[in-house]
Design a binder for this molecule. Structure first.
Ligand SMILES: Cc1cc2nc3c(=O)[nH]c(=O)nc-3n(C[C@H](O)[C@H](O)[C@H](O)COP(=O)(O)OP(=O)(O)OC[C@H]3O[C@@H](n4cnc5c(N)ncnc54)[C@H](O)[C@@H]3O)c2cc1C
Length: 118
């Protein structure tokens, strides 16, 4: 069962390879748990892990493909312009890109208010 860079390709600009490797390693360890020596339970745990990583990382893989197109949509440009003068929002933007901050934490009330006033 694969984790980290072996699991899926990503663009280095995302700067989230280490975060992903830790999250996936933790997921795998959590799923396998005590079942390491029971072949049937291990098989089931590995299938659950495969579903977990599909659920959690398919969107990130798609965003890698979007980045590779080297075309920035107008909606992203508007967002970047809106946060460019705000250090806290800029920090959270890069923390979100790296996986250290969740999307829900990024799109908080402060950001929504900033976007509404653009
Ligand atoms: C220049 C650079 C800058 C980066 N900057 C960032 C960053 O700022 N933030 C970030 O999150 N990520 C960054 N990354 C990506 C990050 O380093 C990787 O995504 C992360 O290290 C992947 O971890 P991993 O455990 O999957 O693989 P690796 O860290 O590559 O570990 C794999 C290990 O397996 C060993 N190995 C390989 N083949 C065998 C074998 N046959 N037998 C035994 N051992 C073997 C290797 O020697 C290596 O130690 C950067 C990568 C590079 C190259």
């Amino acid at each position: 069962m694969l984790v980290g860079d072996a699991l899926h390709h990503k663009d280095s600009i995302a700067a989230r390879g280490i975060t992903d490797a830790f999250i996936q390693s933790q997921l795998l360890a959590d799923r396998v748990g005590e079942d390491l020596r029971d072949p049937a339970a291990l098989d089931a745990a590995l299938r659950r892990y495969a579903r977990d990583v599909d659920d959690k990382f398919t969107d990130f893989f798609r965003s890698t493909l979007n980045v590779a197109e080297l075309q920035v949509p107008e909606s992203r440009l508007s967002l970047l312009r809106a946060i460019s003068g705000n250090q806290a929002l800029t920090d959270r933007y890069f923390a979100t890109l790296s996986g250290a901050c969740s999307i829900d934490d990024f799109y908080n009330a402060e950001l929504l208010e900033t976007l509404a006033n653009v």
